[in-house]
Write a protein that binds this ligand. Structure first.
Ligand SMILES: Cc1cc2nc3c(=O)[nH]c(=O)nc-3n(C[C@H](O)[C@H](O)[C@H](O)COP(=O)(O)OP(=O)(O)OC[C@H]3O[C@@H](n4cnc5c(N)ncnc54)[C@H](O)[C@@H]3O)c2cc1C
Length: 429
């Protein structure tokens, strides 16, 4: 029997994606990174090793929806990531200021930041990124402490605070319920990462390619198919059905000048941007506008009601690409008695309050638990739901860091930490 005590950290973060990394970037910006690391923070990541983590990030062959600035503007270029900020990938990202950029480049940039952070963690001696740690659930102790467990029920780490940064997976509502013989449902992520075999067959047989959704992913699927199979496509062969399409504009004036119908649009109070979080930008926006103005005839964009018409006339089996949003990759939470605590949800996402604190199903704050990243949209004080893009280096990381780091506490030096802290050797997988 393993009698080793569960390793203790001040904070454990579940997941080590861009959201989690946002904590380190924010702490560095606030000059609190050494305190954060010195007080002990464990990043528990399910990818088995750094190589796998780096491979799995942004595997998509498309342009970002965010502009380059959203990825770099809040990094302190003189801080812990200064060397990364001067390397070739960073230079390429910075050169796209004000514009969208290939996600491949974001992947390289994000991986460089993670490598720099890994080194920084190794040096701190009290903190680390631990790979191959897939967390199944958290238990809140009577004293408010948090313990993480793997699927076999073994404790992994104990802490005062936990930050959930598990991201989100595709929400595929039709996958489970669709009559399998009539339809073949394909997740948009598969197409966006280059799986084209079925699409190629479908195009060769002259059938329509159906895309469900009106988001960046949906329009990016259409663009990728146009780029790949353009000359083989007939008029209207790509059919996109949506419940609503939002376009991004830098200002209300720009939106009005483009003839965009503003009522119902979301205006971001601090900057005046229109549909900052959910509006189409870059090539995706151009495609929508070209279809609307009749310049791009190979794609038709139709409202949801038209989908029923398609179903009535469809030639089966039909291929349908679902780009129907994302849902939190959830992990369980139980109280000290083992009773499950349910999170507050909105559109299949776990909600956090304006301070990024996790909420239970009745909207009460769950003490010491935070959420960051794509699966954990924040409701700001202005009641603006911040989802999808732009949170990475936004205020979320900063908000959490301010709550978990005590600047007054003396930072443990690397040597002292190494001598006194056996945590880093003891984190079970
Ligand atoms: C096609 C597409 C285009 C996009 N374009 C943009 C864009 O332009 N701009 C933008 O900001 N965002 C974009 N996004 C969203 C993008 O995915 C997020 O910005 C970013 O990846 C979110 O980071 P995250 O850390 O929250 O989640 P993730 O990147 O999903 O990271 C979560 C991490 O947690 C780990 N994990 C999950 N569950 C567990 C567990 N139980 N235990 C331990 N570890 C776990 C995962 O392995 C992963 O490493 C796009 C997404 C898609 C699909």
């Amino acid at each position: 029997m393993n009698m080793r005590a569960t390793p203790y950290f001040q904070t454990q973060v579940i997941g080590c994606g861009p959201g989690a990394l946002g904590l380190a970037v924010a702490a560095d910006r606030l000059k609190l990174l050494d305190s954060l690391l010195g007080q002990g923070i464990a990043f528990l990541e399910k990818a088995p090793n750094p190589k796998e983590l780096f491979n799995q990030r942004f595997p998509f062959l498309i342009e970002s929806n965010s502009i380059a600035d959203d990825f770099f503007k809040s990094i302190d270029s003189e801080g812990a990531f200064s060397e990364t900020c001067r390397n070739e990938n960073s230079r390429l990202v910075f050169s796209r200021e004000g514009r969208t950029l290939p996600l491949e480049l974001i992947k390289a940039f994000m991986n460089d930041l993670t490598k720099a952070f890994l080194e920084k963690c190794c040096f701190s001696g009290a903190s680390g990124i631990f790979f191959g740690r897939e967390i199944d659930h958290l238990q809140i102790g009577e004293d408010g402490s948090v313990t993480s467990f793997n699927r076999s029920g073994a404790p992994i780490a104990k802490s005062m605070y936990a930050v959930l940064a598990t991201g989100a997976g595709e929400n595929l509502p039709l996958h489970a319920h669709g009559p399998g013989n009539l339809f073949h449902f394909l997740p948009s992520g598969e197409v966006l990462s280059g799986k084209f075999a079925e699409i190629s067959r479908e195009i060769a047989s002259g059938k329509p390619i159906i895309i469900l959704g009106g988001s960046h992913s949906a329009f990016s699927v259409a663009l990728l198919i146009l780029d790949r199979f353009g000359s083989r496509l007939s008029t209207g062969q790509i059919q996109l059905y949506h419940r609503g399409v939002c376009l991004y504009f830098t200002s209300q004036r720009e939106a009005s000048e483009s003839g965009y119908f503003l009522p119902g649009a979301h205006i971001f109070r601090s900057t005046g941007e229109v549909n900052k979080f959910n509006g189409l930008r870059g090539r995706a926006k151009n495609l929508y506008q070209q279809v609307q103005s009749g310049i791009e005839m190979r794609v038709s964009v139709k409202g949801k009601n038209a989908y029923a018409d398609f179903l009535a006339k469809a030639e089966f089996p039909a291929l349908i690409i679902q780009a129907t949003g994302y849902k939190t990759r959830r992990i369980g939470i139980i109280n000290h008695m083992g009773v499950p605590i349910r999170n507050l949800h909105s559109n299949k996402n776990c909600m956090v309050d304006s301070q990024c604190r996790l909420l239970d199903s009745s909207g009460e704050i769950l003490p010491n638990l935070f959420g960051i990243g794509i699966g954990y949209p924040r409701l700001s004080e202005n009641k603006e739901l911040k989802i999808g893009v732009n949170f990475f280096h936004g205020p979320d990381g900063e908000t959490i860091v301010r709550q978990i780091v005590s600047p007054s506490k003396t930072t443990v030096s690397a040597e002292t930490a190494l001598a006194s802290n056996s945590n880093l050797n003891g984190v079970p997988s």
